[in-house]
Design a protein around this ligand. Sequence first.
Ligand SMILES: Cc1cc2nc3c(=O)[nH]c(=O)nc-3n(C[C@H](O)[C@H](O)[C@H](O)COP(=O)(O)OP(=O)(O)OC[C@H]3O[C@@H](n4cnc5c(N)ncnc54)[C@H](O)[C@@H]3O)c2cc1C
Length: 397
Amino acid sequence: MNDTSSPFPPNAAAAHARLAEFALHAGADYAKKRNFDLGAGAHRHVSTLSPYLRMKVLDEADVCRAVLSRMDPRDADKFIAEVWWRTYWKGWMEQRPAVWAAYRDDLTRLHNEVQTQSGLRARWEAACLGQTGIKPFDHWAQELVQTGYLHNHARMWFASIWIFTLELPWQLGADFFLRHLLDGDAAVNTLSWRWVAGIQTRGKTYLADAGNIAKFTDGRFVGTQGLAQNAAPVSAPPPPERQPLPEITPYAGAPADRVGLLLHSDDLGAPFLERIGVTPASVAFLDCTAAQSPWQSAPMVVEFRTALARDVWPHVQILDTEDGIHSWVEEQGLDHIVAPHAPVGSARSALRRHRKTDKTPVSEVRREIDSAAWPLATAGFFKFRKHIPDLLDRFAG
Ligand SMILES: Cc1cc2nc3c(=O)[nH]c(=O)nc-3n(C[C@H](O)[C@H](O)[C@H](O)COP(=O)(O)OP(=O)(O)OC[C@H]3O[C@@H](n4cnc5c(N)ncnc54)[C@H](O)[C@@H]3O)c2cc1C
């Protein structure tokens, strides 16, 4: 990936520069224009910070602090709420991991059906290649594959057309996104697709409308024909009971221990190192992108994530499968692994599988902001939203 031409340079300096520049526009500008999708290279009404937030090169507190240092909280209300939507989805999924497990089971079944049912395979391929004949949909499929990003409104329209017009299973669409989005996230992506399908807010679906697409693409796609006129909610079992956040094993090694720091695509950040006061003997990055789908993920996503890891930790050792953890521990003579907490998703599954086959103790460290905010995702976002002022006082003051 070429740093100068990519819209998402894989380095922390670019993330901080983008935040500093966008923070000036996070007020009325954002509230008024954020729904306009002007196309690749012109996403100037939104921050495009998500690939960096996804890997925690920035966290929600960093973003809110930067914005609130430049404007009154009331002016930034809309933007701040969107930032906390991410936290809300993460917390919701963290307390209901069975939703991710069910999605993964569905995907295994659908992977088999795509291989064995030629009709389904042809419709799925046409959608992924952007060859359905629905002009804006085909455009977004190609924009996603080429750039690794889609505007939020385009994601909503795309998911709606996928489910209600093309009548394809929502799980296959979520998988297509996860394989291509630089910000592809197990919780945010799965729950957003469920939301469009009418599963997440039960009975409330999102129907893409030709007039709305024409208006909010600034006339780029006028008179789209053939869109579904109704969106009956997709049937699904009710959500599982909420369960507490997983226990984490605090680091309690001896001072002479050789500690390995194991980063992964859910957290590249460093603040926990200061808290536990260890100097790692070795640093590794476990890239779990390949494990997130039965199909191959886009090389662009893997390259972005590993390049960002190398930028933040210049001497990092890249491990592309969990089998690499064992060799890393052996080669480096490690007594203990410390890792940032891995939320629901492929990094958590990889760490769990590793623990079953290797006795080296692994301690996870969860960020305070996540420990505080995630349990607040008890019901809908509007209940969660009431806690935002407190969270801002505590973490972004
Ligand atoms: C079907 C579908 C799938 C999605 N999949 C993902 C995904 O895999 N990963 C992901 O990070 N976001 C996902 N989103 C949410 C949202 O589209 C993106 O976070 C947003 O478009 C990122 O662009 P931005 O950084 O320019 O957003 P901005 O509008 O500038 O918002 C700033 C930040 O707030 C957060 N945010 C904004 N909107 C949302 C939202 N609706 N839900 C949750 N967080 C939000 C993001 O972290 C974002 O970077 C999905 C939305 C839909 C409808």
